[in-house]
Design a protein around this ligand. Structure first.
Ligand code: KG4
Ligand code: ZN
Length: 347
């Protein structure tokens, strides 16, 4: 089986080829990403109109490169997979129309996939151990923050979401206030790590950032209060620039405490055998360290899984992985005419 996957939901134009033979684990033969970060960083965030124009320019070269690198010809493809939502409508359309046109021209089945499901299935690529169900899934990106329970492939239920900003947005907007540019996650993470490295033990937090909804009794998140608290602390502290590493460290600890502790509460309630963290924020090494450490204390039998680093932020390999599991379950694949761009979050 060979799958061509296309992803264009935000500011990365991406295409990948997945190959699977018999019962062997699927392999990614190519994973091409044309990133627009340098363009959008000038504006401090993604400008949808600019993203849409870049997708139009990049999508065919990216698909061609994915096929060439994988040494796969169109007639060898089993299906074409594409992100159908959620995302920026003007960005999604490029991927959808390209996939639909190629499926028509090459007479291939088309399968439309949910972007979040893609992030989750990124963790199933190159798994070191077989993943045991039920799993609690934390998906944290620039656009989404949710906790879901996965009882089996195709059986996924969202149990908590953010009520305002996504975790990645809390990083991006926090970084903007701190003058660190876009994307904010890696910038805050770097300064936070510099600060942590200065201490032999975990440094004492003195800035007193809140952990909103930590004990709300559900699995929802809220980051807007934390963000506002950063704004007011910076306004009140004329010397904050001298303490920027400490601000990054403590602000990040607050975000990550919420993500880790809510995931653990969900894992406890649903007796999870595994916890998966995925999405752009799962590239964060402090999140990985904290989640592994706290799980080993609170739920020592539960395994923790993360996608490989290159599959954490938006990419098409994750969409190919989700398509592979759909096809393996013999889920009905639709003809090219039927796929519609979807903007809602339902999986
Ligand atoms: O999954 P993704 O590429 O796009 C969406 O689907 O939104 O995630 C991008 C988000 C951005 O908010 C970015 O700041 C964040 O992921 N991010 C990180 C790190 N790398 C990317 N956040 C924290 N630490 C990182 N190392
Ligand atoms: Zn994403």
């Amino acid at each position: 089986m060979h799958i061509l996957a296309i992803e264009s939901s935000c500011d990365e134009t991406a295409a990948a080829i997945l190959s699977a033979k018999g019962s062997a684990k699927p392999k990614i033969l190519s994973n091409i990403i044309s990133s627009q970060i340098d363009i959008h960083s000038q504006y401090g965030g993604v400008i949808p109109e600019v993203a849409a124009r870049e997708h139009v320019l990049n999508i065919i070269p990216v698909v061609a490169e994915a096929l060439n690198k994988a040494k796969i010809k169109p007639n060898q493809l089993t299906a074409i997979a594409v992100t159908k939502g959620p995302g920026l409508i003007t960005s999604l359309i490029s991927g959808m129309e390209t996939a639909r046109t190629l499926a028509y021209a090459w007479n291939k089945p088309l399968i439309g996939l949910n972007h979040i499901e893609g992030h989750i299935y990124a963790a199933f690529l190159e798994l070191k151990k077989d993943l045991k169900f039920p799993a609690v899934v934390l998906t944290v990106s620039g656009g989404h923050t949710l906790i879901a329970v996965m009882k089996a492939h195709g059986n996924l239920k969202i149990i908590g979401e953010t009520r305002d900003d996504a975790a990645g947005e809390a990083y991006d907007k926090g970084a903007k206030m701190l003058g660190l540019g876009y994307p904010g996650g890696p910038a805050i993470a770097k300064l936070a790590a510099n600060y942590r490295a200065k201490f032999s033990e975990k440094p004492k937090e003195t800035l007193d950032f809140p952990r909103p909804m930590m004990n709300s009794g559900d699995f929802d998140f809220s980051f807007s209060g934390l963000k506002t608290s950063l704004l007011y602390k910076l306004k009140a502290d004329t010397k904050w620039k001298n303490k920027i590493e400490q601000y990054c460290y403590e602000y990040q600890e607050a975000i990550l405490d919420l993500l880790v502790e809510k995931s653990l509460k969900a894992a406890k309630k649903y007796q999870a055998e595994s916890i998966i963290a995925s999405g752009g924020v799962s590239a964060n090494s402090r999140l990985r360290e904290k989640l592994i450490e706290r799980t080993s204390i609170v739920l020592p039998k539960t395994q923790v899984h993360f996608p490989e680093m290159s599959y954490t932020t938006d990419n098409a390999a994750m969409i190919a992985s989700a398509a592979f599991f759909h096809l393996s379950r013999k889920a009905k694949i639709k003809p090219w005419q039927k796929e519609k761009v979807e903007l809602n979050l339902s999986l």
